[in-house]
Write a protein that binds this ligand. Structure first.
Ligand SMILES: C[S@@+](CC[C@H](N)C(=O)[O-])C[C@H]1O[C@@H](n2cnc3c(N)ncnc32)[C@H](O)[C@@H]1O
Length: 463
């Protein structure tokens, strides 16, 4: 079955809902504030304050975390405006909340209406819209977004990688005993998906726009957790299901054909994909660790209780795995039974880890990176030498690698200051005309004229 049709988090606001069991994701989100604030600051410093900032939260889900994000961003923009004596003309904020079509948008919108009532008039004006669809497809018009954010969503792949099927046996993700072909299939699927994500966002984000991406990841190079299993909660879920197979409660073939569409990348892997794709510059990457039973910021002050921690992690994992388990195993599985056994296994695992070493062994490794739209996209259309449309389109499809090389040379001839965001934002809108133009020499001339005009205007604006 198509993944987009079944993938969603537990709906509603009940005991097992994502809305009530996303404290870990909230803790992860709060670790990203300093990168997020710096990014917004540098975006406004470079581009000036916008009248209306248009941003997206990709993979927003149905719980309160996305509102936590909006509230933080509103405060940050307000502080930046205050600092720049700009409080009289606060920007408006347009927020596009994206998730897959089966996401419980109704629950989200209910939370949103309470949020809007409680967020007073002294703050900036807020306009929020829901955008159902996959972030592996186009979601927004070209050059329309100033800022994109995502947290804890990018490790979800667009599909179960081809060739995994029953080859992964009792494992349900990349595990120590996964065969090499399964491993390769996951690595390649992530590479394809993430590159696609970057190319699509590059079309949608305005030049000078930014993204802050927060992902669950891993800190060891090999995706198979030989020494430290950073995705132990999922390994323990597969062990729970294996035990149930041994007890005759689950069919072996059902377990063998079940795999999760998740892959936790390694920071260097992310860097390589971003630079290979060329649509964005990677400005900063930070890696941090969060214990998987963290629910609140005061985690360090809490007294450890293995059953309580086991239940916290089981409820959190249930909120994002139950719909998939229910869809795959159908009525043949006692879902409450699975997660009860699972919580006890987690309790044992967590207490063993606490006894044997430091807290940080029970990690969920996350990283946050800030990327600005790369100049390659701009170079690609300003300095065109080949007046052949098909060649240009082919180059556009290869992620800009060839264009990048040539653009470097041509940039020198042209004499533009390529950090001049104001010029390039305007020029980017000509991109489509440029690649279909028959007479590229003429086009190039008009672009140069426009660039001069813009740089003059900019100089005037800055006195
Ligand atoms: C663990 S939740 C994180 C939600 C939220 N960002 C937070 O921090 O609480 C991951 C979300 O990503 C969504 N997601 C997964 N794949 C997606 C895709 N291809 N397009 C849009 N959303 C997706 C899931 O439906 C889910 O709601």
């Amino acid at each position: 079955m198509e993944l987009n049709k079944i993938l969603h988090m537990n709906v509603g606001d009940g005991e097992t809902s994502y809305a009530n069991n996303s404290g870990l994701q909230k803790v992860i989100m709060s670790k990203t504030w300093s990168v997020l604030d710096d990014t917004l600051k540098s975006m406004f410093t470079e581009n000036g304050f916008l009248k209306c900032m248009k941003m997206a939260d990709l993979g927003c889900s149905s719980g309160p975390n996305t509102l936590f994000l909006i509230s933080h961003i509103m405060d940050t923009i307000q502080d930046l405006c205050k600092h720049n004596n700009n409080l009289n003309s606060l920007p408006q904020l347009e927020v596009l909340l994206n998730d897959l079509p089966n996401n419980d948008f109704n629950n989200l919108f209910k939370l949103l209406s309470e949020f809007c009532q409680n967020n007073g008039k002294e703050k900036l004006e807020l306009f929020v819209y829901g955008v159902p669809g996959s972030f592996y497809d186009r979601l927004f018009p070209s050059n329309s977004l100033h800022f994109a954010y995502t947290s804890c969503s990018l490790h979800w792949l667009s599909k179960i990688p081809e060739g995994v099927g029953k080859n992964n046996k009792e494992n349900i993700h990349v595990a120590v005993t996964s065969p090499p072909e399964v491993l390769d299939a996951y690595v390649n699927q992530f590479k394809m998906d993430f590159s696609r994500f970057l190319r699509l966002r590059a079309e949608e984000i305005t030049f000078g726009g930014r993204m802050v991406l927060v992902s669950i990841g891993r800190s060891s190079k090999d995706p198979r957790p030989f020494s430290k299993d950073e995705y132990a909660p999922i390994t323990i879920l597969s062990q729970t299901l294996s035990d149930m197979v041994a007890q005759g409660l689950v069919k072996e073939e059902d377990l063998y054909s079940f795999n999760m569409p998740v892959y936790t990348p390694y920071p260097q892997e992310i860097e390589a994909i971003i630079s290979g794709d060329g649509s964005f510059n990677l400005d900063k990457m930070e890696v941090f660790h969060v214990p998987c039973d963290a629910q609140y910021d005061d985690y360090d002050d809490m007294v450890f209780d293995k059953f309580k921690s086991g239940k916290i992690v089981a409820d959190c994992v249930r909120a994002f795995t139950e719909p998939m388990l229910a869809s795959h195993f159908g009525g043949s599985i006692n879902i409450d039974g699975v997660y009860d056994i699972y919580a006890k296994k987690l309790a044992q695992h967590l207490s063993k880890e606490r006894l044997s070493s430091s807290l940080s062994d029970t990690v969920c490794c996350g990283f946050v990176f800030d990327s600005s739209k790369s100049l390659v996209k701009v170079d690609k259309f300003i300095w065109l030498e080949e007046p052949r449309k098909d060649k240009l389109l082919a180059e556009a499809d290869d992620g800009g690698r060839n264009v990048k090389k040539r653009a470097k040379v041509d940039k020198l001839n042209c004499g533009f200051n390529n950090t001049d965001a104001a010029i390039f934002t305007r020029l980017r809108t000509l991109y489509c005309h440029t690649i279909v133009a028959d007479d590229l020499n003429e086009e190039r001339e008009s672009i140069l004229d426009l660039a001069k005009k813009f740089s003059n205007e900019k100089m005037k604006a800055h006195g």
